[in-house]
Design a protein around this ligand. Structure first.
Ligand code: ADP
Length: 348
């Protein structure tokens, strides 16, 4: 099926070229540039390594790739590594950024042969923009309308063969027609504590911060399975160590830094604990609705649902049932004793 596009938007695109090297220099932010530096996700890394090597040997574009997974797990980073292996350019943008078909046409026509186009949050592409992608992905062509009124005519423009990498956090939100056009569909899982500890050490070394393996594991356990969070904590620990005038982040100092950030020994944040405490103290373990939890803790519903709940559920502190959120039966006595004697919620 062909789609028509008004060409007048062609020069209004909002393409952001991602200059990662500049970011790395300015923020002292370590960014893995090859598969060896990308720690964890072994099975996925091996597969993608084979696919990229093969595409490179054949001098062909890599098949279109859809990456599923929660934010901060390394989808963007992987795409940059693949571009590096393929020795091609990568252009990055996000679904909501591509408001009009012309925005996408402008980007597609700027791609060189075998380049990668990375679209983050691809589930948020407007439908008319998504439809332009279909023929671009399948036949490497796009249709545009030139002129107006009776004189308007449709022409088909070829684009260079390219690879689309779509990233999304929501498995269910990708439309079936879009999904079916991806040759490779992979998902990223949360990292283990050991994998995260290695990422913590990798970043600590980059920042010239000396950490024991025990301290790295402590930070890893507080990082919710997510490299982006691990990296943020390392930077905050570094700040803490610096103002406490120490060169080495000994284990006690790391522990103090984590408490200073409001993270407890189980890796739970202040809000995580507030949520659990509200269910234990006010509802004897639940079930309780999301709205009530939001009102009791002062957090908005989306943050509870997207940031706090997935982690609490994964750690076995919470379960979702048809009647609401509840504390699993087995863990309730433990949480009761944890919160017993502590101050009640201020809103109670
Ligand atoms: P996503 O695109 O999934 O939201 P990013 O690719 O932006 O995640 O990764 C978030 C941060 O974590 C980046 O700074 C990246 O360098 C780092 N990171 C992610 N995965 C890894 C990994 N496997 N090894 C080392 N660093 C990683």
């Amino acid at each position: 099926m062909h789609h028509t596009i008004e060409i007048k938007y062609m020069d209004e695109h909002k393409l952001e070229l991602f200059t990662r090297e500049t970011a790395e220099e300015a923020n002292l932010n370590f960014l893995p540039k090859q598969f060896e530096d990308y720690l964890g996700q072994r099975a996925l890394k091996e597969k993608l390594n084979v696919y990229t090597q093969a595409a490179r040997m054949r001098n062909e574009p890599l098949d279109h790739l859809l990456l599923f997974g929660p934010p901060g797990l390394g989808k963007t980073t992987l795409s940059h590594i693949m571009a590096q292996v393929l020795q091609v350019n990568i252009k990055t943008c996000s679904g909501p950024m591509l408001e009009r078909t012309g925005d996408l046409v402008a980007i597609l026509s700027s791609l060189e042969s075998r380049d990668i186009l990375f679209i983050d949050e691809i589930h948020r592409l407007p439908i008319q923009v998504e439809e332009v992608l279909y023929s671009a992905m399948e036949q490497f062509t796009i249709d545009v309308i030139i002129g107006q009124g009776a004189g308007a005519k449709s022409i088909t423009i070829p684009v260079n063969p390219f690879t689309l990498i779509g990233a999304t956090t929501k498995t269910g939100s990708i439309s079936a027609p879009l999904r079916s056009r991806f040759g490779i569909i992979e998902r990223l899982d949360y990292y283990t504590d050991e994998e995260l500890a290695a990422i913590v050490q990798q970043n600590a070394q980059f920042l010239k911060l000396s950490l024991s393996d025990y301290a790295a594991l402590l930070i890893a356990k507080c990082s919710r399975g997510t490299p982006r969070i691990a990296k943020k904590i390392v930077r905050r620990v570094r700040d803490f160590v610096q103002v406490h005038n120490q060169n080495i982040a000994n284990d006690k100092l790391v522990q103090d830094a984590l408490s200073f950030m409001g993270i407890d020994q189980e890796g739970l944040s202040y809000i995580d604990n507030q949520l659990l405490r509200a269910i234990v103290e006010h509802f004897n373990g639940g079930p309780v609705g999301l709205e009530t939890l939001a009102a009791l803790t002062g957090e908005d519903k989306e943050t509870i649902e997207q940031v706090h709940e997935p982690f609490l559920i994964r750690k076995g502190y919470l379960e979702k049932t048809a009647r609401g959120r509840q504390i699993p039966y087995k863990i309730l006595p433990y949480l009761k004793s944890k919160f017993c004697g502590q101050q009640m919620l201020s809103s109670s």
